[in-house]
Design a protein around this ligand. Structure first.
Ligand code: 5AD
Ligand code: SF4
Length: 341
């Protein structure tokens, strides 16, 4: 496997835009080598936007009184699952704000039932929890877990996530690995206080974590948060970051994130063109999905009731293919000697 090992100085040069053409081309080629033109589609169900955390960048923070809170009923969640199955996707992603045990217990039962009936992968994105909770979810049949580190800079981290510790987030990720989840992490580009050096450090440290999945997107300033007046992360810098991380982590599944679309129209397709290989259409009911308002623009570009059909059309016209495969990470498949590794 050809793996690019850049020095810190080289990373910084690329981040400064000194060789964009080569960088984007190389990242695209490496995606092509391992994944071809195939994009893995994951149907995401944002089943609750309640959150007890106070992240200074996020519209779902507990103290945002203006957020329209919702929690889908079990029946509504099962309808979303049916949509994912009817549209032939191989992975369900359950995402919510960080929450207490009620939601977790309910979700564990839904996962168990779904995995019993259907052959598909289940990914979770539910924030920080105890080892017991993670284990309960794994035992219920969950396969993967996404928990972005957000930044590896302790001081930026503590300013962005008051009351929370970077070390604890890292411990959670360690536990998830030990429990044999396919593990995903990532960060935002351009959090307040970040320099090009911080960003290079984020890229290096994230790569050291040897992840199955990596999600990166620009910070987007949200008007209902304390970070409202900071500039949003730079789109071009985010593209460079994505390409560098792809080159350094060729086997990882990497989504074209909706924050890229928020930063620039067409940003998701552009992300696929420079090496990303995953898209996550939301199947949260169309009437509600706009309330999953982590940042402006989230869940608002695609107005159609069925986002999966729309995304498939967009992919086709951009020359990409998709299928209903689970799309496990190549790294995970190798480790477990699974078919297709
Ligand atoms: N801009 C961009 N990304 C954000 N996230 C949360 N708030 C914002 C924002 N304002 C990202 C975080 C989180 C993920 C669910 O969404 O990285 O982990
Ligand atoms: Fe809650 Fe996650 Fe938003 Fe932080 S980023 S406030 S944990 S939903």
């Amino acid at each position: 496997m050809k793996k690019f090992a850049f020095t810190r100085a080289e990373i910084i040069e690329y981040l400064r835009g000194e060789n964009d053409e080569y960088l984007f081309d190389a990242a695209k080629n490496i995606r092509q080598k391992y994944f071809g033109k195939e994009v893995f589609l994951r149907g995401i169900i944002e089943f609750s936007n309640y959150c007890h955390v106070h992240c200074n960048y996020c519209g779902l923070r507990k103290s945002n009184q203006n957020a329209n809170r919702y929690r889908l009923t079990d029946d509504e969640i099962y309808e979303c699952i049916d949509t994912i199955i009817a549209n032939d996707l191989g992975t369900i992603v359950f995402q919510s704000g960080e929450n207490t045990t009620d939601d977790i217990q309910r979700l564990a039962a839904i996962i168990r039932e779904t995995k019993h009936k259907h052959d598909l992968a289940v990914t979770l994105s539910l924030g920080e929890h105890s080892m017991d909770t993670y284990k309960r979810l794994k035992d219920a049949g969950a396969d993967r877990y996404l928990l972005r580190i957000e930044t590896f800079d302790e001081s930026i981290y503590e300013k962005a996530r008051p009351g929370r510790k970077l070390s604890h987030r890292l411990e959670c990720l360690e536990i998830l690995k030990k429990l044999d989840f396919e593990v995903g992490s990532g960060f935002m580009v351009g959090l307040p206080g970040e320099t090009v050096e911080t960003l290079a450090e984020n890229i290096i440290k994230l790569t050291e974590m040897d992840l199955d999945m990596i999600g990166i997107g620009p910070f987007i300033a949200h008007p209902e948060t304390p970070f409202r007046n900071f500039p949003s992360g730079n789109y071009q810098l985010s593209l460079r970051t994505l390409a560098l991380v792809k080159l350094m982590n060729p086997l990882a599944n990497m989504p074209a994130t909706s924050a890229m679309e928020s930063a620039q129209k067409g940003g998701r397709i552009r992300s696929l063109e420079i090496g990303m290989n995953v898209l996550m259409p939301t199947v949260t009911p169309a009437k509600i999905k706009g309330n999953y308002n982590i940042y402006p623009g989230k869940n608002t570009y695609i107005k159609a009731d069925n986002e999966i059909i729309e995304i498939k059309k967009i992919l086709k016209s951009a020359g990409f293919t998709y299928s209903g495969v689970r799309g496990d990470s190549l790294k995970y498949k190798k480790k477990h000697k699974l078919q297709g590794a």
